[in-house]
Ligand binder design. Structure first.
Ligand SMILES: [Ca+2]
Ligand SMILES: [Ca+2]
Length: 262
């Protein structure tokens, strides 16, 4: 059979335009003891570490097996010191020294996590993932004191996302794309899955982020999350809606007994 040139061209265009989001950092938070937290992509348990009184091994929020962590606002601050990624993609515990030596996610990126809050009712934000904040860099992905999901930058803030209830499991994501993939002028989307329905809030704000001195569950040892956090991910691309759907789908138990993801 001879393939028509137009068909071959279609295949070529397809292969060159389809890019998959690369998962850069992934903390499953499945530890049940100890102080080392495994980072899946770089396959290391030597970088991220428990600070303060984090409770390990609580019931997972993300689909599948494993566990999650419970962080609190108690003193001393409880969170995961989640390390840095340098510009040459080395994942390390130590501060790379300056923001210029840190990996920059420019043009597009995605952060995702599963959360279940005990309480929002305080004057401070409840951080899910943050980057060290100094000079012109830093970010804080958090829930505000009135229960709204937010992404805050040095020098800017994306408009607030959906209001979340306490004691309720949510998958939350912030996707950013300076190329306006969410519509004309729209450079970010804050996404919430409540177990049955997606909510999306899109807006114009965009900022590059750096992967320096990341913290899961707090912001510079303060503004801690109060509740359960599970399966935190950082991608170097914008996830599509179908990729988000895949992340929130429950595993299907096949007749063979094997578990797979739909
Ligand atoms: Ca987990
Ligand atoms: Ca608590």
């Amino acid at each position: 059979m001879k393939l028509k040139p137009v068909f071959l061209l279609t295949i070529l265009v397809f292969l060159t335009t389809v890019t998959h989001a690369t998962l850069l950092l992934h903390w499953k938070l499945d530890e049940v003891s100890g102080i080392a937290i495994h980072e899946e992509v770089n396959n290391t348990s030597s970088v991220a570490s428990v600070q303060g009184s984090v409770t390990l091994g609580v019931t997972h929020l993300a689909p599948g097996d494993g566990t999650a962590i419970d962080v609190s606002i108690d003193t001393p601050a409880s969170y995961i010191a989640a390390g840095s990624m340098t510009s040459n993609n080395v994942y390390q515990a130590a501060d790379p020294g300056s923001h210029e030596l840190s990996r920059t996610l420019a043009t597009e990126w995605t952060i995702t996590a599963w959360i279940k809050g005990d309480d929002w009712g305080d004057r401070k934000d409840r951080n899910i993932l943050s980057e060290q904040w100094d000079f012109e860099y830093g970010f804080s992905f958090h829930v505000t004191k009135d229960g709204r999901i937010a992404m805050d930058f040095e020098g800017g803030e994306m408009p607030l996302g959906q209001t979340l209830a306490v004691d309720t499991c949510y998958f939350v994501a912030v996707r950013a794309d300076s190329n306006e993939s969410f519509g004309a002028g729209l450079k970010h989307s804050i996404d919430v899955w409540d177990g049955s329905v997606w909510s999306h809030v899109t807006g114009e704000k965009y900022s590059d982020i750096k992967l320096r001195n990341l913290e899961v569950g707090s912001f510079q040892g303060d503004r801690q999350f109060d509740g359960v956090i599970d399966d935190v991910r950082v991608y170097d691309h914008v996830l599509s809606q179908s990729e988000l759907n895949t992340l929130v789908m429950l595993p299907v138990r096949r007749p063979t007994g094997r578990v797979s993801v739909r």
